[in-house]
Design a protein around this ligand. Structure first.
Ligand SMILES: Cc1cc2nc3c(=O)[nH]c(=O)nc-3n(C[C@H](O)[C@H](O)[C@H](O)COP(=O)(O)OP(=O)(O)OC[C@H]3O[C@@H](n4cnc5c(N)ncnc54)[C@H](O)[C@@H]3O)c2cc1C
Length: 288
């Protein structure tokens, strides 16, 4: 339970962090809140020779509006997301999801950037970002680029980040006024990762679904955007028969592992149950 020895670096700008991480290559690793990385180091599943702590970079913190988007600095903690009035008004789904991550101690230091950059299929925020159509701002040796969350996740702990890259911010288009959203998560106990979870954002018009986005957590090596399932629901009143069809379409794209959280078939079915609940709750919050 004691990590291997490492050198500690504390840059004060993104440029300095990128230069350091680029120079260190495989020997260096960005450190954010440390609540995924340090446990991995204690288990010796990660043994970076150098940690590049992003905590001293003021530019990486904060939540702001930019036109119709909200931009959240990578080092913004999950606790900050919960307390943000701007997010509470514009994207309440983020508050709801953050409250389901771990416990207050983890949320005080765990960051949004670390949660989405980590690539752990058990992390809750990636599916929510797929659902919301978020974009990640990434700075690397070639300058800044933007990567759609829906294209970011390539396998367990394998993302579009390249050596030297720092994820600097998450950009989220504000869902339409009157939208409804929900994140439903099945866990074995408080503080646990999801057995399965589902995120839904939808709008209603004349009692029918006008737009819908669905994503799933921890039922494959990556978070899943359930595009076909959402399409099935558009134009419906979310009647039981149509929801059943959509749930079947969502279940069909899952490929969970059998593990301590249950056999694969059970976790697929629980993803369907979470989706059914999330749809119902999102509808109850939507106007129109
Ligand atoms: C007991 C416990 C329970 C937990 N339960 C949950 C849960 O239910 N749901 C959940 O989602 N999470 C859970 N977590 C994880 C927690 O949310 C972490 O804080 C989060 O996954 C990682 O954020 P971090 O800031 O701690 O990142 P770190 O641990 O510092 O970093 C994680 C990884 O991302 C990389 N990284 C971090 N920031 C950047 C960046 N800006 N640019 C490039 N790479 C970066 C690091 O190099 C590292 O590889 C739990 C953690 C603990 C200890």
């Amino acid at each position: 339970m004691i990590p291997g020895s490492f050198s500690y670096h504390r840059p004060s700008s993104v440029a300095e962090a990128v230069a350091l991480l680029t120079k260190l290559g495989d020997d260096g690793r960005a450190l954010a809140g440390g609540h995924s990385l340090i446990p991995m180091m204690k288990l010796r599943l990660a043994e970076p020779a150098n940690l590049v702590d992003l905590a001293g970079i003021a530019d990486l913190k904060g939540i702001r509006s930019d036109g119709n988007d909200i931009v959240i600095g990578a080092m913004t903690t999950q606790h900050d997301l919960i307390g943000s009035d701007l997010l509470g008004t514009k994207i309440p789904l983020l508050r709801e999801t953050s409250l389901q991550i771990a416990d207050p101690q983890v949320r005080y230091v765990g960051t949004l950037g670390g949660n989405v950059a980590n690539g752990d299929p058990g992390n809750d925020m990636p599916a929510v970002m797929l659902c919301l159509g978020a974009t990640y701002h990434v700075t690397g040796k070639g300058g800044e680029r933007r990567i759609a969350a829906r294209e970011f996740y390539q396998g367990a702990y394998f993302t579009a980040l390249e050596a030297g890259d720092v994820l600097t911010a998450v950009r989220i288009p504000v869902p339409a006024a009157g939208h409804g959203a929900a994140y439903e998560k099945l866990k074995r106990k408080i503080g646990d990762y999801a057995t399965a979870a589902a995120a839904v954002v939808l709008t209603m018009s004349g009692g029918k679904v006008a737009t819908c986005s669905i994503a799933l957590t921890n039922v494959a090596e990556t978070p899943l955007w359930a595009e076909e399932a959402a399409k099935i629901l558009v134009g419906s009143t979310l009647d039981a028969a149509t929801v059943k069809k959509a749930v079947a379409a969502a279940e069909a794209i899952t490929a969970p592992a059998s593990d301590a959280r249950g056999p694969a078939h059970y976790r697929t079915k629980m993803a369907g149950v979470m989706l059914t609940r999330a749809l119902s709750r999102a509808k109850s919050k939507a106007r129109g």
